[in-house]
Design a protein around this ligand. Structure first.
Ligand code: MCN
Length: 785
């Protein structure tokens, strides 16, 4: 089938309809994993190492087994024959990536605080947790290393002795004559930034329930996962349960932000123990347990250098990262910093590009995808460095950006990928106008002149990002272990309603609404006549799930194509029924019109079901599936402006205004898109100003609960001033680009550029994130001295 080139503008796409999924969420009818209760169900608790690094001398589960309600208890060694392989890492970026075996329970050594060393299964959750405390583990504590750069030094304690190094991999990308361009540059800047480690905090903690059916060898697993399909494939590999006997269900999932794009030890343990015991089993993490055992985000050092002409035309970019993997490789740990590898020149037209990333093991919770994954880091580095260059050249940061924007599309950027479309001036201009940029600068000058203790800072972030994670062949070329396609099935039922089966797995993004909008638009059904089914491998066996802001640009476009297939077949049936040639039929909004009569798509669906009078040789039923593998990534872009007031006497940063103009191509649902932008910005602001996972030098997580790890509430956040420009993507028929991560990608740079801008009269060029009052105050005091 030829891909349709133009989308007929229908009634549903672009409409700010309310989310279909909210009624059940707001009325307490959502199905959370922890609410599942099955007859005979037992509960699992994990015994976790209090040490970041320790030899496990012995594990004695006997005292736990003596507890009246305990059903079973095992050490890591007791369960070794449950595993066909270690927990999966699906992205080993180089041939020689060090990928130590990661068992669901540690056997010889604990490698981070919270590493699981034993499990207890009991009749109640309380009994399981009580008995877990009875397990006697003899540890021999060893020195730990928590900083990734320090972990590369010669005498650093090793996380995995057998590797003889803490280096996991070194990955390079070199393009253009970088060294020559640096040698010839009139001006260069060299900056070093820290990406603070973050702890994803979804509203719903992780949980898993497994129901075994010993008679058939089948297992059903309910998990708070973003990736039921990937979990099924990989957990089948870990446990040896045949993939076809394993059903994974992600029911309602209360947020993930990347942290549930993973396959966790507890899922493997729950399957293995349900198999051993022949009983249904549940595990739900506590918040502080989650902070130790669910993946963390970021944690890297960045060095970025820009080469430029005297006029401020950037010619080359050199970036080098040292990125913490944590103690083990989780599902995509090593690949996360590389998702930014192509973006360290941002929205700017440069000739030379070089990037290197060294992945490093440390005695900390493994890192992995957290909203933006690699792209907030890249955006931060280039956007902060552009401001540094502007200061050095004494040019306004707006002007410097304008001198360097990419303006021709499609554009093969220096790092080698092709940006399909964009209009960076349009979003910058809109952002400046909304902000009242000239007035803000005037106000800033006035405050500087009168030496106001409260200084104003204005920060920009003119980002471009790549999301939609596909095409499969590029993912293969960068050694990612899965495809980038997704599937959609549309099933027109005989009674006038529609089932949509999607391979995406929403956990807060509103696919039930926006997918219904796409179908309503193409097939003319009402939104409430369309049911979107997802997140159950028995209902939708094939899919690639939800992460990397891929769902609309991949799964949504698959759905569009499936709708075209429905129309193709329906038109044949309509022509047959109206007894006219197909080319005399016109289709609009759910109705096929012939020269005299017409027939609705719903009528056609009924005819297809009865199959009493179909064209010769046609299959009964009206159902179509499309598996879509996009030809390119999706390239959202935009301009964000942050306005801060910094109290130079206390170091307090007050984020007064936040303006975001985003270009995500065609918008399916503006309300949902605004919501996505809101959430992303909140997380980026949190990275800039509040959140930081802190380890002491022995590897104890000091921020292991929500009192010490500060997640923002609405009270800490400003009102957002949002706007959009729209440059449709030419690579998909809907013209859409992803939006799920844009806010988190753009905002840390905007906020920190604003903080540094406020302090630039002191000669301050950097403050480490989060810019907490003490840090800001110390920087000011030091600068004064
Ligand atoms: N959308 C739209 N028009 C566009 C782009 C998107 O109407 N031009 C709609 C989509 O139809 C979809 C939503 O916006 O309903 C997000 O779409 P998309 O950008 O494709 O992102 P995904 O659905 O793939 O979601 C993943 C993304 C990521 S990577 C993280 S992290 C994140 C995010 O979504 N985690 C979230 N948003 C989250 N929102 C909630 N509530 N919870 C999370 O855990």
């Amino acid at each position: 089938m030829a891909a349709p080139t133009e989308l007929e503008v229908g009634r549903a796409i672009g409409a700010p309809v309310e989310r279909k999924e909210d009624r059940k969420l707001l009325t307490g009818q959502a199905q959370w994993v922890d609410n599942i209760r099955l007859p005979g169900m037992v509960y699992m608790a994990v015994v976790r190492s209090p040490y970041a690094h320790a030899r496990i001398a012995s594990v004695d589960v006997a005292p736990a087994l003596a507890h009246a309600d305990v059903v079973a208890a095992y050490s890591g060694a007791d369960l070794l024959d449950e595993w066909e392989g270690g927990l999966p890492c699906a992205w080993l970026p180089t041939e020689d990536t060090n990928a130590p075996v990661h068992r669901p329970l540690a056997v010889d050594k604990a490698r981070h605080a919270g590493d699981g060393v034993a499990v207890v299964v009991a009749k109640t959750r309380a009994a399981a947790e009580d008995a877990a405390e009875l397990v006697r583990v003899e540890y021999e504590p060893l020195p730990a290393i928590v900083d990734p750069e320090a972990a590369l030094t010669e005498d650093a304690p090793l996380v995995h002795d057998e590797l003889g190094t803490n280096r996991c991999y070194t990955w390079n990308l070199d393009a253009g004559e970088v060294d020559r361009l640096f040698a010839e540059a009139a001006v260069t800047v060299k900056e070093r930034y820290r990406q603070n480690r973050l702890i994803p905090t979804a509203i719903e903690p992780r949980a898993v329930v497994v129901q075994p059916l010993p008679a058939t060898g089948e297992f059903t697993m309910w998990s708070t996962t973003q990736v039921p399909h990937i979990a099924r494939v990989t957990l089948s590999g870990v446990t040896g349960i045949p993939e076809a006997k394993l059903r994974v269900i992600a029911p309602d999932v209360g947020g993930g932000f990347g942290s549930k794009l993973n396959v966790y030890a507890e899922e493997a343990l729950a399957l293995a123990l349900a198999r051993r015991l022949g009983r249904p089993l549940k595990w739900t993490e506590t918040r502080s347990e989650g902070y130790l055992s669910t993946i963390h985000g970021r944690d890297l050092w960045q060095e970025i250098e820009l080469a430029a002409t005297a006029e401020g035309k950037i010619t080359a970019v050199r970036a080098r990262l040292v990125a913490a993997m944590g103690a083990y490789l989780q599902l995509v740990t090593p690949g996360i910093p590389l998702l930014g590898a192509w973006l360290y020149a941002g929205a700017y037209d440069v000739q030379g590009y070089s990037f290197e990333c060294v992945g490093v093991f440390t005695h900390t919770t493994p890192t992995d995808a957290y909203r933006g994954a690699g792209r907030p880091e890249a955006t931060y580095a280039i956007e902060r460095a552009v401001d540094a260059l502007a200061r050095k050249l004494d040019v306004d940061p707006v002007e410097l950006r304008r001198r360097n924007f990419i303006r021709e599309f499609p554009n093969e950027i220096a790092s080698g990928l092709t940006i399909d479309s964009g209009d960076y001036d349009a979003s910058l201009n809109a952002a400046l106008e909304t902000a009242g940029y000239a007035e803000l600068r005037a106000e800033q000058s006035a405050r500087r002149e009168r030496d106001d203790p409260k200084q104003l800072g204005i920060g920009l972030s003119t980002y471009v990002e790549m999301c939609g994670l596909a095409p499969s062949r590029i993912l293969g070329a960068i050694r990612y272990g899965a495809g980038g396609w997704d599937t959609a099935t549309i099933r027109c039922l005989p009674t006038g309603t529609v089932q949509v089966l999607t391979g995406t797995s929403p956990h807060g993004q509103g696919h039930e609404t926006t997918w219904a909008q796409i179908v309503a638009d193409r097939l003319g059904y009402e939104l409430d006549e369309i049911e979107v089914l997802h997140g159950d491998t028995a209902v939708v066996p094939l899919g690639m799930d939800t992460y990397g802001s891929r769902s609309l640009a991949v799964g949504g476009v698959a759905l569009y194509h499936a709708a075209e297939r429905i129309l193709e077949k329906s038109k044949k049936i309509a022509a047959h029924r109206l007894k006219v040639p197909e080319d005399q039929i016109e289709y609009a909004d759910g109705t096929f019109k012939g020269p005299e009569e017409s027939v609705t798509l719903k009528d056609v669906a009924l005819s297809a079901w009865t199959a009493h009078d179909l064209p010769d040789g046609m299959e009964p039923g009206l159902e179509a599936t499309y598996v879509y593998d996009p030809p390119n990534f999706s390239w959202p872009a935009g301009a964000h402006v942050a306005v801060v007031e910094v109290d130079t006497e206390t170091g307090a940063v007050d984020l007064q205004r936040y303006i975001a103009i985003d270009d995500v191509g065609t918008v399916i649902n503006p309300t949902i898109v605004d919501g996505q932008v809101h959430g992303g910005i909140a997380q980026g602001i949190a990275q800039a100003l509040l959140e930081e996972a802190v380890y002491d030098e022995d590897g104890n997580l000091l921020t292991s609960n929500m009192v010490t790890y500060v997640v923002p509430t609405a009270a800490e956040l400003p009102h957002y001033e949002l706007g959009r420009t729209e440059t449709p993507s030419p690579t998909n028929p809907l013209g859409v680009k992803g939006v799920g991560e844009t806010g988190a990608i753009a905002s840390p740079a905007a906020v920190m550029n604003a903080v540094v801008d406020a302090l630039s009269p002191y000669g301050i060029g950097d403050i480490e994130m989060p810019a907490k009052p003490e840090r800001v105050w110390r920087a000011i005091e030091e600068a004064k001295r």
